[in-house]
Design a binder for this molecule. Structure first.
Ligand code: SUG
Length: 417
């Protein structure tokens, strides 16, 4: 029985604001602020609880070891001796944004009838370029059953791949064959285009997707320049609904026409720039919502509090709900610590449509398990990290102990490394 599972990255104990992602306007604007890892992680837990309450299946990924001393060793330096920028890059908790962990093609779409996951190489940003090894180890554990899953190593550099944040799947229902859409950027603007078309094409080939049901769409140059460093900041899809900003795609009409040809029942909900500018979209993260179908069938949009705080964005949501549109319900979640680094509700989760019984149960959560995780966070996660604290040996010990306590609570000690 195929269900969509949202795997949320548990916010790691090293969460801090170092401004490491040019083109991610929230992250650069908040550089140097004091971060609150404990509150950040508890906000993530509350979001997961709200999803469980909707009747959704929920999973978790655990934070990788930070600082990444293996990566520093390959750079021939110890953490203590490293300059500040390398310290910050080694310490980042950026793996919390699980939408960048991998690209997922569920079994109904692939040639061998297995669910394929390709780990994203994240090569564009130095602090994210070393995430993939720990992510690969974790996915190999969670999706170890090779009758159901193929977990694949990343596409080689220099072809940038940022995973599911630049991938959408449209389908009648999650268990039916879908149309997979890979959104790529073209460099030349003020900010890097992180998703390269060569990487997207390689992932599609590796997953054994039917070329006749696979689309490659260029993200608009204007969207990247306005701060949409991933497609999931300007568009989100679920089943046959695409919610998108008018300026998300370079060839909007061509893309919509292709989509309608391949999936005649598609419902394209376009938010006009006149109602919500790109700046409003990026400031509010309206499109970085989770668009989900709970068991009651009422398509639900899970938005960050910042979307409610923007009067134009909230007015658009209320008008859509009052009308006859396909989105029937909205839920507001507080993930402001993650938002301040440019990560909204959708960034924090990786969607895997599969039979939950095929997943290692340690990665699936119910309320009782979330209680246990929250207790570890309350006890061990640092309350705050100030920018000048990242060299403090006491903080590093605390971060390591916090992660060890979480792995022990989840019986995942084999990820300790
Ligand atoms: O890659 N922020 C992340 C945010 C990722 C959001 N993910 C999706 N849109 N799916 C990024 O830019 C900032 C970390 C720092 O500066 O310390 C950061 O990496």
């Amino acid at each position: 029985m195929i269900r969509e599972i949202n795997f949320d990255g548990i916010v790691g104990p090293s969460h801090n604001y170092a401004g490491l992602s040019p083109g991610n306007l929230a992250a650069t604007a908040n550089a140097g602020h004091v971060a609150h890892p404990r509150a950040a992680a508890l906000q993530g837990i509350a979001k997961m609880r709200a999803n469980l309450a909707l009747g959704l299946v929920q999973g978790v990924f655990v934070p990788p070891p930070r600082p990444d001393r293996d990566w520093l060793a390959r750079l021939a330096i110890d953490y203590d001796a490293a300059p500040t920028h390398l310290k910050a890059q080694a310490l980042s908790a950026s793996a919390m944004w699980a939408a960048n962990a991998a690209t997922v093609s569920p079994a109904p779409d692939t040639a061998d009838g297995r669910c394929h996951l390709t780990v994203a190489n994240l090569v564009t940003m130095p602090h994210r370029s070393h995430e993939w090894e720990a992510t690969l180890a974790q996915l190999r554990l969670a999706f170890a059953d090779e009758r159901h899953f193929a977990v694949r190593a990343p596409v080689p550099a220099p072809f940038g791949d940022e995973g599911a944040a630049n991938h959408m799947r449209l389908c009648a229902t999650h268990d039916a064959p879908g149309v997979e859409v890979f959104v790529y950027g073209v460099s030349g603007g003020p900010y890097p285009a992180r998703q390269h078309v060569e990487a997207s094409r390689a992932v599609a080939r590796a997953h054994g997707l039917d070329p006749a049901r696979t689309l490659f769409a260029q993200q608009s140059v204007a969207a990247i320049a306005a701060g949409a460093f991933h497609n999931d900041v300007v568009a989100v899809a679920n089943e046959r609904v695409l919610l998108t900003h008018e300026q998300a795609f370079e060839d909007r009409d061509g893309f919509y026409a292709d989509l309608r040809r391949l999936l005649p029942e598609v419902e394209i909900v376009e938010v006009p720039a006149a109602a919500t500018s790109l700046a409003d979209a990026i400031g509010s993260y309206l499109f970085n919502a989770q668009l989900v179908t709970p068991p009651d069938g009422e398509a639900t949009l899970i938005v960050p509090g910042e979307a409610r705080a923007n009067p134009r964005v909230w007015a658009w949501i209320e008008a859509h709900l009052a009308g006859n549109g396909p989105i029937r319900r909205v839920r507001v979640v507080d993930v402001r610590e993650s938002m301040a680094n440019g990560g909204g509700p959708a960034c924090l989760r990786l969607r895997v449509a599969c039979d939950p019984a095929a997943v290692d149960p340690r990665f699936l959560v119910d309320d009782a398990k979330l209680d246990r995780i929250a207790a570890v966070i309350e006890t061990h996660w640092p309350e705050e990290i100030a920018p000048d604290a990242i060299g403090d040996p006491g903080l590093l010990e605390r971060i390591a102990a916090a992660r060890a306590a979480l792995l022990s609570a989840l019986v995942m000690e084999e990820l300790q490394a």
